[in-house]
Design a binder for this molecule. Structure first.
Ligand SMILES: Nc1ncnc2c1ncn2[C@@H]1O[C@H](COP(=O)(O)OP(=O)(O)OP(=O)(O)O)[C@@H](O)[C@H]1O
Length: 212
């Protein structure tokens, strides 16, 4: 369960958000919506521990009664939380298939090769499995980034505008996948400008334009 309480983040004199609070239970999805610059990515970065709040708390625990403050370096947190905040984190000399196998293996998936094959198929990159990241289109890079989150065990996925660069079929796949994640008990937190995706997936919608 994710618990955000009285969250506030400032950059100098500029308050990005304050007094933000919400919970996301296992199997639920929370969508952050709002204008460019309203603070969605900043809050997502705080949720995954890549940034810190100035005030307030963010706790996460697979079991609600065992929630702890977010610590991105803690093995339990890294094992439970899969995030895609951009699609830049790639090794330039590993193929698409090798990326997925490496991530699966690093997270203790026993049959990493077959797990990678299944995800390759799901993200529509089987035909590009042996390509290097630098040769992928923007939509293919986004698919690889998303596949990296879905090839490993997870209790929560945190996604920043996951719809970016996806075609219509890719967006339908994304919505179906996130609905399936919820059915499997995964908590989903996303920022999105895609109304159809939010309508299909979100149990809770938070309007970032109301933060200031
Ligand atoms: N490191 C930083 N220093 C100063 N200001 C920052 C910093 N990071 C973000 N901001 C500002 O905080 C505000 C919120 O940015 P953020 O990226 O969280 O918005 P967003 O809601 O995700 O926008 P978008 O929909 O365009 O992705 C913006 O005004 C941005 O310029």
């Amino acid at each position: 369960m994710l618990h955000v309480s009285d969250a506030c983040r400032r950059f100098g004199a500029f308050t990005v958000f304050s007094d933000v609070g919400f919970d996301v239970l296992p199997g639920e999805a929370c969508a952050l919506v709002g204008s460019n610059g309203s603070g969605k990515s900043t809050l997502l970065r705080c949720i995954v521990g890549a940034d810190r709040l100035d005030d307030g708390t963010i706790t996460f625990g697979v079991e609600p009664c065992a929630a702890e403050p977010v610590d991105e370096s803690a093995p339990t947190f890294r094992a439970a939380v899969a995030s895609v905040l951009d699609d830049h984190a790639v090794f330039p000399h590993l193929s698409v298939r090798e990326h997925l196998e490496l991530i699966a293996s690093a997270h203790g998936v026993h049959h990493s090769s077959s797990a990678a094959g299944t995800v390759l198929d799901a993200i529509g990159l089987t035909g590009a499995a042996d390509q290097l990241p630098g040769t992928l289109s923007s939509g293919q890079r986004r698919r690889l980034a998303l596949g990296s989150a879905f090839v490993r065990p997870r209790s929560m996925v945190v996604l920043d505008e996951p719809e970016q660069h996806l075609d219509a079929k890719g967006r339908r796949w994304l919505a179906d996948t996130l609905v399936a994640e919820k059915a499997a008990g995964v908590s989903v937190v996303l920022a999105s400008h895609d109304e159809a995706l939010v309508a299909a997936v979100a149990d809770q919608r938070i309007d970032a334009d109301a933060w200031r």
